[in-house]
Write a protein that binds this ligand. Structure first.
Ligand SMILES: Nc1nc2c(ncn2[C@@H]2O[C@H](COP(=O)(O)OP(=O)(O)OP(=O)(O)O)[C@@H](O)[C@H]2O)c(=O)[nH]1
Ligand SMILES: [Mg+2]
Length: 734
C-alpha cells in the first residue's frame, strides 16, 4: 500500500475519533435533561462507526499488502530500515551471528520465514545501505581437495565487482579483511592461486549492493533498485576433511557440525579431479551420513540445507568442450566479453548428470541421484562455475581458440602446486550460487532479467577442426621439380622406456645428424627430448626439454651424446601407454612462431601421443595441458614447409600420430637407411632412381643446384607434399 494513502487514512481516523469524541463528550456533559443526553450518546455511537470502519479497512489493507510483499521476497529474514539494528531471524528473535562459529542457524532452515522489507525501501532508488534489506547467513563450502573452494572465495570479490550494478565485498573482521586483500594481491597481482587449506578457515564477509527488480530490462520506468546487505559467515575447510579415509577424526567431526548448522552449502564437483580419482560419490555418501547423524532423529526426512551444486573449473578444456559439444552453452547478451556459460538450474543439472554418467566406471553416476535423495529437490540448484574464468586476449572478446587462463608449469593432472594464472580473472557464475543461497528471490529477480542467446553446438566447429580437400598437385615440369632443402633440422626424441632402447635411439639420431651436418655445414639443428606425463602423484614426470636450439650439427651431436639414458631410465615408474609428443610439438611450434623457413622434423620413439581429451575407446589419460597433437601439427605445417620423418623403435610405432609424423620418411631404429631417410626429407641429395614404392612426388630428385639463399623463392607447390598440409583445409584457422 502506498505510504501517502496510508498516512492520510490514519490521519482521518485520528481526527475523526479524537475531534468527534471530544465534541460529543462536551455536548453530553452540557446536555440538559435525559433526552438531550441520550441524543448525544446516540450521536457518539453513530459517529464512531464510520471511523472504526475506516480503521478496520486500513488494517486489512495493510495486512494484505504485507502478505503480497512477503510472497515476493522470501529470504528468511525481516529487515528494518537500519542495518545496524541487526536482523530478525525466523520467529522474529533478534540475531547477531558470530562470524567465527556457526550458530543455531541450521534450525532456522526449518522455520524459514518471509522477508518483509520496509515498504519504503524498494521505492528509494539509489538509497545507501543504511536502509538496505539485510540478510544474515552461514554458508559452508564442501568439496574434495583441490576442487576450487578457496579459489572460489578469492574470486568472489572480483565477481561482485563485475556484477551490474557492481557489488562490494568487505571483511567483517580484521582477519577476514586481511584475507580478502591478500587473496586479491595473490590472484590479481601475482597471478597465483591460493594455497591448499590446512584445516578449517572461518570468514566473515559483508556483501553490499543493489538488485535491480521490476519491469523487463531496458524499461527504466518500471525498474527499481533494491539495496541489499548480506552478512555472511563462510566456512572453508580443507578438502582432506571430506575424505573417507579421515574416518571420525575430530577435525572432520567439527566440520560436519559446522555444515549441519549452516544455512546453505556450496558443494564443489571438479570433473577433472573426478576423472583422475573417482572418489566424489564415496566421500559424498560418507559425509552425508555423518550430517544426518548430526541433525539427530528429529530432523526431517531429508537434510534441510539449501545446496548449490557447483560444477567447478568450467573453463577446463575437457569440461568446456563437453558442454560445447552437447549444446549446453549460452551467452548473456549483455556480457561485454561474450563469455559462454551454462544457464543455472535445469540446464546445469543436465550437464552435471551427463558428466557423472561419463565418469560412470568410478561410481560417479550415482552422485547425482544421491544428492537428490538426501536434500529436498527444491533446495538444490546447479551452477557451472569458473573462478579463474576465460583468458581474454587483445580482442577483449572470448576466443574459442584461445580461452584457457591457466599456465601449467608441470603438474600431473591433479598436482596444482605449479599452476599459475595466465591473465586477469573474469569469474563466471561465482556470485550466483552465493546470492541464491543468501536470498533466492533476489537471485531470481536478478537472473530473470538476463537474456541468453544459445551457442549452436556447431558454431565453433570450423575452428580447430579439420576439413579435407583435394591434395595439391605439382605445377612444375615432371622430373625437374626442385624440392626445398630444409634450413633447420629439428629432432624430437623419446627418452622413456628401457635403457638399451633409449641408447639405440640416441645412437641412430647421432648418426643422422652427423651425416646431414657433414653434407650441409650451414644447417641449423635443434634437439628436444620428451618422456611421459606423470598423470598421478605416484609417477614421476619427465618434461619436454630443449637441449639445443638452432645450433650447428656438431654441437647438437654433443648434446645428444650428453643425454643420459641411465638417468632417464631411473625415472621409472613412469606412465607407459603414451609419450608427451603433443607437448614436444607445442614447444617446437612455439619456438617457430613467426618463422617461415622450411624445416625437417624428425621424431624418434614409438609411443603414441597423449590425447587432448578423454576418449571412451582409449584407456590413455588425456594430456593435462589439453594439447592436441593433430591441431598443433596442422598449424606447424600450415605456416611453413615441414618435411616429416619418423624413426621408430623396433616393436613398431603405435597410432595415427606416427603415420603423420613419418609422412615423408619412416625407418626402424635397427635397420634404417640413414642416407635414404635424409634424402626423402630433402636433407641429402638422393642417389639413384626414385623409389617406386613412394608416391611420385616423394621419389623425385631434389635439386641442390640452387644457392642456400634461393630457397625462399622456390615454387611453394614444389615441396614434397606433407600429408597434413596437403590433405587438410587450413583456411578454417584464419
Ligand atoms: N581451470 C581452473 N582451475 C582452477 C579453478 N579454481 C581452482 N583451480 C585449480 O585448482 C587448484 C586448487 O584450488 P583450491 O581453491 O586451492 O582448492 P580447494 O578446494 O580449496 O583445495 P583444498 O584447500 O586442498 O581443499 C588451484 O590451485 C587451481 O590450480 C578454476 O576456476 N579453473
Ligand atoms: Mg582450500
Amino acid at each position: 500500500m502506498r505510504r501517502g494513502f496510508r498516512e492520510a487514512g490514519w490521519g482521518l481516523v485520528a481526527v475523526g475519533v479524537v475531534a468527534v469524541s471530544v465534541l460529543v463528550t462536551i455536548g453530553a456533559i452540557r446536555a440538559h435533561g435525559d433526552a438531550a443526553f441520550d441524543r448525544w450518546v446516540g450521536w457518539a455511537s453513530i459517529d464512531a462507526l464510520p471511523f472504526a470502519a475506516i480503521g478496520i479497512v486500513l488494517v486489512l489493507l495493510e495486512k494484505i499488502s504485507r502478505a503480497g510483499g512477503q510472497e515476493h521476497r522470501r529470504t528468511g529474514v525481516a529487515a528494518s530500515g537500519n542495518s545496524s539494528r541487526g536482523v530478525e531471524i525466523g520467529d522474529g528473535k533478534a540475531q547477531t551471528d558470530s562470524l567465527h562459529s556457526p550458530t543455531e542457524t541450521g534450525a532456522r532452515n526449518q522455520k524459514e520465514t518471509l522477508l518483509t522489507p520496509d515498504p519504503g525501501i524498494a521505492e528509494r532508488s539509489g538509497d545507501d545501505t543504511e536502509s538496505a534489506i539485510t540478510v544474515c547467513r552461514t554458508i559452508g563450502l564442501w568439496g574434495l581437495p583441490g576442487t576450487g573452494k578457496t579459489t572460489y572465495l578469492a574470486a568472489l570479490n572480483k565477481a561482485l565487482a563485475q556484477a551490474s550494478p557492481p557489488w562490494k565485498l568487505n571483511g567483517a573482521t580484521e582477519a577476514s579483511a586481511n584475507y580478502l586483500s591478500n587473496a586479491m594481491a595473490r590472484m590479481l597481482g601475482r597471478g597465483e592461486f591460493p594455497r591448499a587449506t590446512a584445516s578449517i578457515d572461518y570468514f566473515g564477509f559483508v556483501m553490499t549492493g543493489e538488485i535491480q527488480v521490476g519491469g523487463p530490462p531496458g524499461v527504466p520506468s518500471r525498474e527499481r533498485r533494491v539495496p541489499v546487505r548480506f552478512d555472511l559467515s563462510v566456512i572453508d575447510p580443507s578438502g582432506e576433511l571430506a575424505r573417507t579415509e579421515r574416518g571420525r577424526d575430530p577435525e572432520r567431526v567439527k566440520l560436519v557440525r559446522d555444515l549441519a548448522k549452516s544455512d546453505g552449502i556450496i558443494f564443489f564437483f571438479d570433473p577433472v579431479r573426478e576423472a583422475e580419482c573417482g572418489d566424489a560419490y564415496e566421500t559424498f555418501m560418507d559425509t552425508v551420513h555423518m550430517l544426518e547423524y548430526e541433525m539427530g532423529p528429529s530432523a526431517p526426512a531429508r537434510l534441510p540445507h539449501h545446496v548449490a551444486v557447483c560444477i567447478a573449473k568450467f573453463d577446463e578444456p575437457s569440461v568446456f568442450s563437453a558442454a560445447r559439444e552437447s549444446g549446453y552453452l549460452v551467452r548473456d547478451k549483455a556480457d561485454p566479453f561474450g563469455f559462454p556459460r551454462i544457464a543455472d538450474g535445469r540446464t546445469a543439472e543436465k550437464f552435471f548428470d551427463d558428466l557423472c554418467c561419463a565418469l560412470a566406471p568410478t561410481g560417479t553416476e550415482l552422485l547425482s541421484t544421491a544428492i537428490r535423495r538426501y536434500f529436498f529437490e527444491d533446495h538444490i540448484k546447479y551452477f557451472a562455475v569458473s573462478s579463474a574464468g576465460f583468458y581474454v586476449n587483445e580482442s577483449m572478446r572470448f576466443d574459442p581458440d584461445d580461452y584457457y587462463n591457466l599456465v601449467i608449469d608441470r603438474p600431473s593432472l591433479i598436482d596444482w602446486d605449479r599452476v599459475a594464472l595466465r591473465g586477469p580473472i573474469y569469474p563466471v557464475n561465482v556470485f550466483e550460487p552465493m546470492l541464491w543461497l543468501a536470498a533466492p528471490d533476489l537471485y531470481e529477480a536478478m537472473s530473470g532479467r538476463r537474456a541468453y542467446k544459445r551457442v549452436e553446438p556447431g558454431s565453433w566447429e570450423g575452428r580447430g577442426k579439420v576439413r579435407r580437400k583435394k591434395p595439391r598437385t605439382s605445377s612444375g615440369p615432371p622430373g625437374t621439380r626442385r624440392i626445398a632443402r630444409p634450413d633447420h633440422l629439428i629432432c624430437m626424441i623419446d627418452i622413456g622406456g628401457p635403457d638399451d632402447e633409449i641408447r639405440s635411439r640416441i645412437e641412430r639420431l647421432c648418426q643422422l645428424v652427423s651425416v646431414v651436418a657433414e653434407s650441409s655445414p650451414g644447417l641449423r639443428v635443434s634437439l628436444v627430448s620428451y618422456g611421459a606425463h606423470s598423470v598421478s602423484r605416484r609417477l614421476r614426470e619427465e618434461p619436454v626439454n630443449v637441449h639445443a636450439w638452432a645450433v650447428q650439427g656438431a654441437v647438437a651431436v654433443r648434446s645428444l651424446e650428453g643425454l643420459n639414458p641411465d638417468a632417464a631410465a631411473e625415472m621409472t615408474p613412469a606412465y607407459r601407454r603414451a609419450a608427451e609428443i603433443e607437448c614436444a610439438l607445442a614447444e617446437v611450434a612455439r619456438r617457430l612462431t613467426g618463422q617461415r623457413e622450411p624445416v625437417a622434423l624428425v621424431t624418434v620413439g614409438a609411443r603414441p601421443a597423449f590425447p587432448a581429451r578423454m576418449a571412451s575407446d582409449s584407456p590413455t589419460l588425456p594430456c593435462p595441458l589439453r594439447n592436441d597433437w593433430e591441431t598443433i601439427l596442422h598449424r606447424l605445417c600450415h605456416h611453413r614447409r615441414v618435411a616429416l620423418g619418423a624413426i621408430v623403435s623396433d616393436h613398431g610405432a603405435v597410432g595415427e600420430v606416427w603415420t603423420q609424423l613419418g609422412a615423408h620418411a619412416m625407418g626402424a631404429v635397427s635397420d634404417i637407411d640413414i642416407r635414404r631417410f635424409a634424402a626423402n626429407l630433402g636433407l641429402l641429395p638422393l642417389a639413384g632412381t626414385p623409389d617406386p614404392s613412394l608416391p611420385p612426388e616423394r621419389g623425385e630428385q631434389p635439386d641442390y643446384n640452387h644457392r642456400h639463399e634461393d630457397r625462399h623463392v622456390e615454387d611453394p607447390q614444389a615441396w614434397p607434399p606433407c600429408l597434413v598440409t596437403a590433405e587438410k583445409d587450413m583456411t578454417a584457422y584464419h
